[in-house]
Design a protein around this ligand. Structure first.
Ligand code: MG
Length: 163
């Protein structure tokens, strides 16, 4: 196991990326994973915060693309909702669609930051093409944990009601 699987940058969420620094480092475009990166598997579209944030990226002058290994309908619905070009069934870590996305955005691979939650698809794929790779913590772990956390209190409240 070598550094080909390791990201250049670790962040908790996409919102924690330092855009000014990335811009200064020559990043002109982002390719995003969807599942557990921009949304949970269960969310058909982005939440409002994410949608506004993606729009903000474009307003800042960054090009934005989505490349997800998930099925084409899931990816189409998600990406069209936030008005971002996309490839579903992107076959990451293979570079074919990632390179195609670069050609469509008219950027070099080294000008792209690939953002995802998985080392063996997102990060490996980006590193193979010499992209800047950014690993986020999977969203759903956080949410699942939070839901479980809340359930404990729900159960406690329900129990008290039964008395
Ligand atoms: Mg993912």
């Amino acid at each position: 196991m070598g550094s080909i699987f390791l990201p250049d940058i670790f962040v908790d969420t996409v919102f924690d990326m330092d855009l000014e620094k990335l811009k200064a480092d020559g990043v002109k475009a982002f390719i995003f994973d969807i599942d557990n990166t921009l949304a949970t598997y269960a969310m058909p579209v982005a939440d409002e915060k994410t949608a506004i944030w993606v729009k903000g990226l474009k307003d800042e002058g960054f090009k934005v693309f989505i490349a997800s290994n998930n099925d084409k309908d899931r990816v189409r619905i998600f990406a069209e909702n936030i008005d971002v070009p996309y490839f579903g069934k992107a076959l990451k870590p293979l570079g074919f669609y990632l390179c195609k996305a670069c050609r469509i955005m008219d950027v070099k691979t080294k000008e792209v930051a690939l953002v995802g939650d998985q080392l063996f698809t997102d990060i490996w794929g980006g590193n193979l093409l010499n992209m800047k790779t950014i690993l986020v913590k999977p969203i759903s772990e956080v949410e699942d944990g939070f839901v479980r956390f809340k359930r404990r209190f729900e159960r406690r409240i329900l129990k008290n009601m039964e008395r």
